[in-house]
Design a protein around this ligand. Structure first.
Ligand SMILES: Cc1cc2nc3c(=O)[nH]c(=O)nc-3n(C[C@H](O)[C@H](O)[C@H](O)COP(=O)(O)OP(=O)(O)OC[C@H]3O[C@@H](n4cnc5c(N)ncnc54)[C@H](O)[C@@H]3O)c2cc1C
Length: 297
């Protein structure tokens, strides 16, 4: 089906195969086109004239990509059309990936979460997005497809720069895979924003795994949001905690290290210095909660 909407073409394929074929044709024709899912980010960019695609390929009709599958061995598989709201209200996710539900509560309003998809959020590549730090902390894998076939990349490698991802012009993100959370592991996420439901000034996701005696930290991932061009691992901060019995003092040190590793910029809401300070506070707080969860896991 082909329609013209306000001067640009609009396509609504009904199957993944059809959508990928369309994308491959446009790739060769070098027309400027965009994939649209819930439209929550794309519409804003178009209204502001930041993006002016000649064609839109709506994937809303691809019901085969609208699913949430959980398996105790393989973990969670989230189809590209799954909305924030579907994740937020899933009992299975609440039970097995509580941090995802907590993260979704932070994404704007219920209205936006009803339309917007997790995949669309991640593909948009906004460094202030809530999902990215959590997906990286949870070791998620991103599956993509084009007419040439499928490929996967770790969530950590998916976003390259501000609003830039590894997705090729002819590719769709089809699935987000989240492995089962290892035993003795706690994961937590929070953000700081001036207005409830607004984008973060800074955010942090922390995953901590303890040894069987629940004393020493065997693995840790500290991921920062909104303070760089992409969600970023604070690897020096992680080294401070790895292999140690985590204390409040060590969490303060990790926060300081993360603050130095972060790369925020001045904005109308807050200065670079203020955001760095926030990073230190968030890493300490989020790390403490992740540790408590790991002890109870
Ligand atoms: C008022 C408002 C407040 C918001 N506040 C927050 C917030 O606090 N935190 C937060 O994290 N987000 C926030 N957002 C962003 C929101 O979460 C995203 O707009 C939404 O999740 C994007 O999903 P979508 O399905 O609407 O994507 P779309 O807008 O349709 O697409 C976004 C981008 O991804 C591409 N795309 C989409 N799906 C695919 C796919 N499967 N494969 C390849 N490319 C694809 C599109 O081409 C486009 O470039 C806010 C948005 C609004 C409008």
């Amino acid at each position: 089906m082909k329609t013209i909407v306000n001067g640009f073409e609009y396509f609504s394929p009904k199957t993944l195969e059809e959508a990928l074929k369309m994308l491959s044709q446009y790739d060769s024709e070098e027309k400027e086109f965009k994939v649209i899912a819930g439209g929550q980010s794309l519409n804003l960019m178009m209204k502001q004239g930041i993006l002016m695609p000649e064609c839109l390929v709506s994937i809303k009709g691809l019901s085969e990509l609208d699913y949430l599958n959980y398996d105790a061995k393989e973990g969670l598989k989230i189809g590209a059309l799954t909305t924030h709201r579907a994740i937020e209200t899933s009992d299975e996710i609440q039970k097995n990936f509580k941090v995802l539900v907590e993260m979704e509560h932070n994404v704007s309003s219920t209205e936006t979460r009803n339309y917007g998809t997790l995949a669309g959020n991640f593909c948009h590549g906004d460094p202030g997005g809530d999902p990215a730090p959590v997906l990286v902390a949870l070791n998620a894998i991103i599956k993509m497809a084009s007419v040439k076939g499928e490929r996967t990349v770790p969530a950590e490698e998916f976003t390259l720069d501000y609003y830039e991802t590894v997705l090729g012009h002819d590719e769709l993100l089809t699935e987000i895979q989240i492995p089962v959370i290892p035993p003795n592991t706690g994961v937590y996420y929070t953000k700081y924003s001036q207005i409830l439901g607004d984008f973060a000034l800074a955010s942090a996701a922390v995953s901590i795994t303890l040894d069987d005696k629940k004393e020493k930290c065997t693995d840790v991932r500290i991921v920062l949001g909104s303070v760089g061009s992409t969600a970023m691992r604070a690897k020096k901060a992680e080294e401070i905690l790895k292999g140690k019995k985590i204390t409040d003092e060590l969490l303060v040190q990790a926060g300081q290290a993360a603050s130095e590793e972060s790369d925020p910029t001045d904005s109308v809401e807050a200065s670079e210095e203020y955001k760095r300070e926030l990073v230190g506070v968030l890493v300490k707080r989020v790390g403490k909660e992740a540790l408590e969860r790991a002890k109870k896991a």
